[in-house]
Design a protein around this ligand. Structure first.
Ligand code: SAM
Length: 354
């Protein structure tokens, strides 16, 4: 039945009725061929919303990838089926919002020392969803912030690397940092950047001469660099030493805020966002380095949409400006442990407090 379902999804022959019959007969909605192409990818590339809906409802994962790293989202957008892209996006966002909430509640309960296996029906539902999403792809960097902050960093002309040889910051990001800085400084005013790195965005912010310029940085090696480069003595610049989590009380409110740390994950970003209503002045603009899911464009868009909805609940409205990215030359990754950018576009976030 699974092979027949695959054929129907590919050709559309028999339509929704055939799909439903085959699913009832036990066909696997997530069936894939040897190249990793799934029923959902075929339905998406034909823009067949009804069949896509039936497959998703039957449990077809929205995030499966073919051998080349494409998801159903890429199949739909590659064929210009905007309705199919929207359907997948909405499905993915809802699924990830629910999974994220469940994951947080599970962590809270295990941190509170609650015993496992006594949670009743709610817990069983949660386990079922977790089992269904075992290889959930949407995840952020997992390196520990504490380990990073306790280890050495090394600067060269074009990179800042950590003790593992992972890139913390690279010069190729400069044009993006220029765009972020111009957006944040548009209204002049008071601007804060969290995470100095190579000082690229701070150099750009300084070139716009804002009323005040606050920099939050936690790494001793980076702080030493800032001291050597004279950042502590620049007029209008205030350096706040420490992890942003630990120095919140020393901060004011700002017209522009940029966030770009390292060794932190999606939960840290969410945590920072919880403080934005207090940190942003009315009409203040916030932006962050959008390296969310840097291996897959559709996942990046899904994650961006989740953040947009979360910020909306705080009266902060987000839009993304797509910036086309030319492929980066292989040579720039020489000596770097992992390549951290693969996407054809950078979705520049602009989040405005209402
Ligand atoms: C990717 S770099 C920032 C690059 C910067 N945007 C630029 O233009 O060069 C990240 C920086 O965040 C700092 N950092 C990491 N965790 C931090 C935290 N919890 N609080 C403050 N700074 C942190 C790192 O030490 C590093 O300097």
């Amino acid at each position: 039945a699974s092979a027949s379902l695959f054929k129907v999804a590919e050709t559309g022959e028999g339509g929704l009725e055939a799909v439903q019959e085959l699913l009832e007969a036990g066909a696997d909605p997530g069936h894939a061929d040897r190249e990793g192409v799934t029923c959902l990818m075929h339905a998406a590339s034909r823009g067949d919303l009804e069949v896509m809906q039936a497959l998703l409802q039957a449990g077809a994962p929205w995030h499966d990838l073919d051998c080349e790293g494409n998801s159903a989202g890429e199949y739909a957008s590659g064929m210009g089926h905007t309705g199919a892209v929207q359907l997948l996006l909405e499905w993915a966002v809802q699924a990830e919002l629910i999974l994220g909430a469940l994951e947080r509640s599970r962590k809270r309960r295990s941190a509170g020392g609650e015993q496992e296996g006594v949670g009743g029906a709610g817990e069983r539902v949660e386990e079922g969803i977790e089992a269904a999403s075992r290889d959930k792809p949407i995840d952020f960097e997992t390196a520990s912030n504490a380990d990073y902050l306790a280890s050495k960093v090394e600067y060269s002309q074009d990179t800042l690397v950590d003790a593992e040889g992972e890139a913390v910051m690279m010069e190729w990001e400069r044009p993006l940092m220029e765009r972020h800085a111009a957006m944040l400084c548009a209204a002049g005013g008071d601007v804060m950047n969290v995470g100095f790195g190579m000082g690229i965005v701070d150099g750009c912010i300084a070139s716009h001469a804002p009323r005040s310029h606050t920099i939050v940085e936690a790494h001793p090696g980076v702080l030493a660099r800032m001291r050597a480069e004279g950042w502590y003595d620049r007029p209008g610049v205030r350096v706040v030493e420490g992890r942003w989590q630990d120095v919140l009380r020393q901060l004011d409110s700002y017209d522009g805020i940029f966030f770009d740390t390292y060794g932190e994950d999606g939960e840290d970003l969410r945590e920072f966002h919880r403080h934005l209503p207090a940190l942003l002045k009315p009409k203040g603009i916030y932006s962050f380095f959008n390296g969310l899911c840097p291996d897959n464009m559709f996942f990046n868009v899904v994650q961006g949409e989740i953040i947009k909805r979360e910020l909306h609940t705080m009266d902060i409205e987000t839009s993304y400006e797509p910036i086309k990215m030319n492929p980066l030359p292989e040579s720039i990754w020489k000596g770097i442990k992992h390549r951290y950018w693969h996407l054809p576009a950078y979705m520049l976030p602009r989040c405005v407090k209402q």
